[in-house]
Design a protein around this ligand. Structure first.
Ligand code: ADP
Ligand code: ZN
Length: 231
């Protein structure tokens, strides 16, 4: 199965991607994660270039993004399918992906849109942090670890980190980028009969249920009411 998750920053793509990975045994590929991994080496000039872009909340240029994604899709673990989280993020990336997949003779099965209010997003994102050891996600108000400073999932101490771009100011810019550059890919996939909308404001388990039922609906259309117009 090949799935694309689309939604604004903080919509819960990462959480749902991880659940889909467990259930379907296919890798979740996050271009954001690929970039953050690249930024870790302080002697890597491309890493430095990418870091400045991530900190600004703008999109990394297609030449870099599409190449990295293409390399990732070449890996063996993608043979039986994959989940894309954070790619494509613009119409030009959607077109590049379509071309790439055509050459491999494979197709996307579903594009899942996670719909969330902007107001909630700033809150969700500015409060979030995660365990650097096991990637478990937390939130200042919504989900604190049971024992302060200790990860519930893996027991690591003082392993919590916050993303440099998860501050209120950058978040607004990222939301703006979503609405102007990413939202136009929704009609692109709608036209191909692939778009399925789920309610990203619902609880995490409910969102998972909605995604699973969208994936098993075989009519190519959404079982939910059509997505509201942006703007
Ligand atoms: P979020 O969805 O919360 O914004 P991501 O980890 O998906 O988090 O993305 C973080 C940043 O990485 C983005 O703000 C952008 O700078 C960069 N990025 C991620 N995916 C892409 C992409 N497909 N094209 C260009 N830039 C990207
Ligand atoms: Zn942990």
């Amino acid at each position: 199965m090949r799935i694309i998750l689309i939604g604004p920053p903080g919509a819960g793509k990462g959480t749902q991607a991880e659940r889909l990975t467990k259930k379907h045994g296919i890798p979740a590929i996050s271009t954001g994660d690929l970039f953050r991994a690249r930024v870790k080496d302080p002697n890597d000039p491309l890493g430095l270039e990418i870091k400045a872009i991530l900190d600004s909340g703008k999109l990394v240029p297609d030449e870099i993004t599409v190449k990295m994604l293409a390399e990732r899709l070449e890996k063996d673990d993608c043979k039986n399918g994959f989940i894309l989280d954070g790619f494509p993020r613009s119409v030009s990336q959607a077109e590049a992906l379509e071309k790439m997949l055509k050459e491999k003779n494979i197709k996307i099965d579903a594009v899942i849109q996670l719909k969330v209010d902007d107001k909630q997003l700033v809150d969700r994102i500015s409060g979030r942090f995660s365990c650097s050891k096991c990637k478990a996600g937390y939130h200042d108000t919504a989900k604190q670890p049971v024992v302060a400073g200790v990860c519930d999932s893996c027991g690591a101490k003082d392993s919590f980190t916050r993303r440099a771009d998860d501050n209120a100011e950058t978040v607004k810019g990222r939301l703006n980028v979503f609405h102007t550059q990413t939202a136009p890919i929704l009609p692109f996939y709608e036209a191909r009969g692939l778009l399925k909308a789920v309610d990203g404001m619902a609880g995490m388990d409910e969102v998972t249920t909605q995604i699973e039922s969208a994936l098993t609906s075989n009519n190519g259309g959404s079982q939910l009411p059509p997505p509201k117009k942006f703007g």
